[in-house]
Design a protein around this ligand. Sequence first.
Ligand code: ZN
Length: 292
Amino acid sequence: MKNAIKFFFLTVFILTFSLSSSITAQQQEPVPVKASQVKGNIYEVEGGRGANAGFFIGEKEVLVIDAKMTEESAKQMIAEIKKLTSNPIKYVILTHSDGDHVNGLVGFPADVIIAAHHQTAKDMDAAFKDAKLRSYLPDFTFSKKLKLHSGDKTVKLFHFGPAHTSGDVVVYFPEEKVAFIGDLLFLGRDPLIHRHKNGNSFGLVKTLKSILKLGADTFIHGHGSIASPSDLEGVIKSLEEKQTKIKALIKEGKSLEEIKKIFNVEDRPPRPGRSRRPGLVETIYLELTEKK
Ligand SMILES: [Zn+2]
């Protein structure tokens, strides 16, 4: 019997070990960049390094949404586009300023027109140190909404306020009912709010509700497979529940430490070279208690 238990633990150990080593291998060698058709001329790009991206093939030009994280992955994405069309890439629209969405810009042709929210442009201006990256700062910015035309196609860009960051952009194709929403949605994990970029959880609820009102049925986001309106509804519901519960606990006089315990939240050590970033519960607590 003892031997059987030993064998069991050994098996678990070997399984865990091989699982974790395959995860490490995955981090070293990403899956190849691949474009897949979403609807009509709209494609999603997965794989490589960096978040999911996408593109639209217009009559005369290609419009790209997000730029991957490295020059190599961006070039692989461009190779995928070239397999489908000889039209030149005219625009790159950025959903926000995080490196896994923008650092691949260096792999794009120098004459590409880069569009972003003005706050994203500011964040990129602060983050882009080397000269090559700096030549890819946004060419034009907007604050609330912007319409782009590609032939007879209209693409609508929206910013609904601070959410994941303070410069999030939704790229909406009304005809196809497809929206690219960057990191405004995470499925199977807590929403990610970048307080260091003035993101806001209450703003995220507002933004997700505004996105639902657009009437899209297909949502492409940075780190997961294609989502539906009910996925967004689920995130809104659980986020609102969390906010309501934390508000009540603060009212009862509970401290941040006590609230974290109630939610079973443990602080993760910060990543090397990065300042500590609060998790969702702490973020909501801080939003509710800080003086405006
Ligand atoms: Zn992000």
